[in-house]
Ligand binder design. Structure first.
Ligand code: AMP
Length: 225
């Protein structure tokens, strides 16, 4: 199973990629997480990356491609994976296709588009929190940690993401519409686009995703969820 998750910030793709990896043997790869790791290193490249991210813009293609494709190549031929947040531009999508072909790997099976309105995105991201340690996502209303303010997995502090400030959310929505939305047509052209609602609750969304994957014969009907 080789999946790409597309959708605006706050549409649930990161949470669903994490769930799929916990419940199925699918390796998640989040470009946002790789970039946050790079930013945390604090070297000149990291500082540049941090600037783009905190302003709500996209990090330049060549920087993201180098990080994501290097990691992806290490997965090898047999590994199932889900790409969360990559590709975000048509140039990245073409690089991804070219790289898989060059490594002699199978192409992407499906691109799943998480569809959601701008109002819902704003409401979702306002309540989003993330663990400062292991980066697990939470939501104050829909996915709270068991103990307020503490990560269920590592006990780290749960904090808002700097790029979830209201004015940055708006910018990221606009950037998504301009730069990333065209990928819907790109994957439609390849016959690989599937859609699910980004507006359902976490478990409903997961069940819709599983149903879709089963319909495509990419997941079996095991009851493990
Ligand atoms: P995310 O965690 O996917 O919401 O990404 C957070 C931020 O990282 C985005 O707002 C961008 O600034 C940057 N980013 C993540 N993935 C990409 C990508 N594929 N291309 C360019 N920038 C990206």
């Amino acid at each position: 199973m080789r999946l790409v998750f597309l959708g605006p910030p706050g549409s649930g793709k990161g949470t669903q990629a994490a769930l799929l990896s916990q419940r199925r043997q699918v390796e998640p790869l989040s470009s946002g997480d790789l970039l946050r790791e790079a930013a945390d290193r604090g070297d000149p490249l990291g500082r540049q990356v941090k600037g783009f991210m905190e302003a709500g813009g996209l990090v330049p293609d060549r920087v993201v491609e180098a990080l994501v494709l290097t990691r992806l190549e290490r997965f090898g031929k047999r590994q199932s994976f889900v790409l969360d947040g990559f590709p975000r531009t048509e140039s990245q999508a073409r690089s991804l296709d070219r790289s898989l072909a060059r490594w002699g790997q199978m192409p992407i099976d499906l691109a799943v588009h998480f569809e959601i309105s701008e109002e819902r995105v704003i409401a979702r991201l306002a309540g989003r929190r993330v663990c400062a340690g292991c980066r697990t996502n939470y939501h104050l209303q829909t996915l709270p940690p068991r103990e307020p303010g503490r990560c269920d997995h590592c006990g780290g502090a749960i904090i808002p993401r700097p790029d979830d400030a209201p004015e940055t959310i708006r910018k990221r929505w606009v950037v998504y519409q301009q730069e990333s939305r065209p990928l819907v047509a790109f994957y439609e052209g390849q016959g690989k686009l599937r859609r699910i609602s980004g507006d359902a609750c976490v478990e409903e969304q997961y069940q819709a995703l599983l149903q879709l994957l089963r319909g495509e014969r990419l997941a079996d009907a095991s009851p493990s969820g």
